[in-house]
Design a protein around this ligand. Structure first.
Ligand SMILES: [Zn+2]
Length: 380
């Protein structure tokens, strides 16, 4: 099944390349080949590229894999890679966004990266990216710290913060005290300010003031900016006054969390009735390739969203109470993009005394924003 999917995807991808090559034949930068060889501790990977390029490599878990992002690079039509070997059980590749092409090495076991470097050939413009994938249990603690602390900031990241609701749509509220639309805008502004100190981040808000923005416009805006991460920010309400705590939603896969689905329906109904990006897309898809591409990209974005949600919850837990089962799933319209990972956070409950006090406190909002910055740094 996996092999079949891979072949299908390769065929699909070449069709896309074929179209773009005619238009950009002048200044393309091509990836032509991947090679594997055994190294002392694991597998050495060498990727051949035509010209100088920017890249980023990171290990991800659940499932274990190494993701290589290459900027402004496309795959040669003779692009090839060898059969999986050792810890590497598969290779996938795709155009990830307008600027980024992505190669994913699926692993049998948790792995990390060592000895990464780019090699320039003595003549010509060709470059090689070389690194080793090492099984994590073969790396000593000190080496692991060295590897994971070494961040690669060669590619700037675009982060979209999406303060929920706005204008005619107030979201949840606690009469005469708080309105969700105001709290989430306030928090988003603080977070933007703190994130923007890092020059490797471009940060945008989907609304800068108290105005109504449709759910579709929020997602379209993120697409137009080539988002690398989309964070929708909300505050919850419950008829049970004791319900409190922070939670993060990612797109539900199987509708396993029925409660959350109901919540998604409520969040979505504030502004638009039942937008279903996924079903619209499928209805409009002209052929099975579109469908396959959509599914592949959606599940990749979903994996990444889930990883980020986990990191964020770990960080926020240090400073604030969490909702029971804080990592939740729902079908919120803003989570259904195939182009970037997206999460929806509920900062707390406006209906709970403790949470409401926090949500109204500049100190609390600011301290939580630093946990977000930490989580984002660690995700990238
Ligand atoms: Zn909301």
């Amino acid at each position: 099944m996996w092999v079949f999917k891979k072949i299908f995807y390769i065929i699909f991808y070449f069709c896309v390349i074929f179209d773009t090559e005619a238009a950009f034949s002048e200044d393309k930068n091509l990836v032509s080949k991947i090679r594997f060889s055994n190294s002392d501790n694991g597998i050495r990977i060498v990727i051949d590229v035509d010209n100088e390029f920017k890249y980023e490599i990171r290990p991800l878990k659940s499932p274990p894999r190494i993701v290589v992002d290459l900027q402004n690079v496309t795959f040669d039509d003779s692009f090839s890679f060898p059969n999986p070997v050792g810890i590497v059980k598969g290779v996938r590749f795709a155009k990830h966004s307008a600027e980024i092409s992505r190669i994913v090495f699926d692993l049998n076991d948790s792995g990390n990266i060592q000895n990464r470097r780019t090699i320039k050939q003595s003549s010509g413009s060709k470059r090689k990216l070389s690194f080793e994938i090492i099984s994590e249990d073969k790396i000593s603690d000190s080496e692991l710290r060295k590897t994971s602390n070494r961040r690669n900031y060669s590619i700037r990241k675009t982060i979209i913060l999406d303060p929920g609701h706005g204008g005619k749509d107030p979201g949840t509220s606690y009469p005469r005290e708080v309105s969700e639309k105001d709290i989430v805008l306030r928090f988003s502004r603080i977070l933007k300010k703190n994130l923007s100190r890092n020059k490797n981040y471009r940060v945008y808000l989907t609304r800068e003031d108290d105005r109504f923005v449709s759910l579709k416009d929020r997602v379209d805006f993120a697409k137009s900016k080539n988002a690398d991460l989309f964070i929708s920010i909300h505050a919850d309400a419950s008829s049970a006054k004791s319900t409190k705590g922070f939670s993060v939603y990612t797109l539900s896969n199987k509708g396993i969390d029925k409660e959350a689905e109901k919540l998604a329906a409520i969040e979505n109904s504030y502004t638009e009735s039942k937008i279903k990006y996924q079903s619209n897309y499928l209805k409009n898809a002209l052929n099975p390739r579109d469908f396959y591409d959509f599914k592949t990209k959606l599940s990749q974005a979903q994996d990444d969203s889930y990883v980020f949600a986990g990191i964020l919850i770990d960080r926020v837990e240090k400073k604030s109470a969490l909702l029971k089962n804080p990592n939740r799933y729902a079908g919120f319209a803003v989570l259904k993009s195939t182009d970037f990972p997206s999460v929806l956070v509920e900062l707390g409950f406006v209906t709970n005394d403790y949470d409401r006090k926090n949500l109204r406190s500049l100190n609390w909002l600011s301290s939580i924003s630093y946990q977000f910055v930490d989580a984002i740094n660690s995700y990238f």
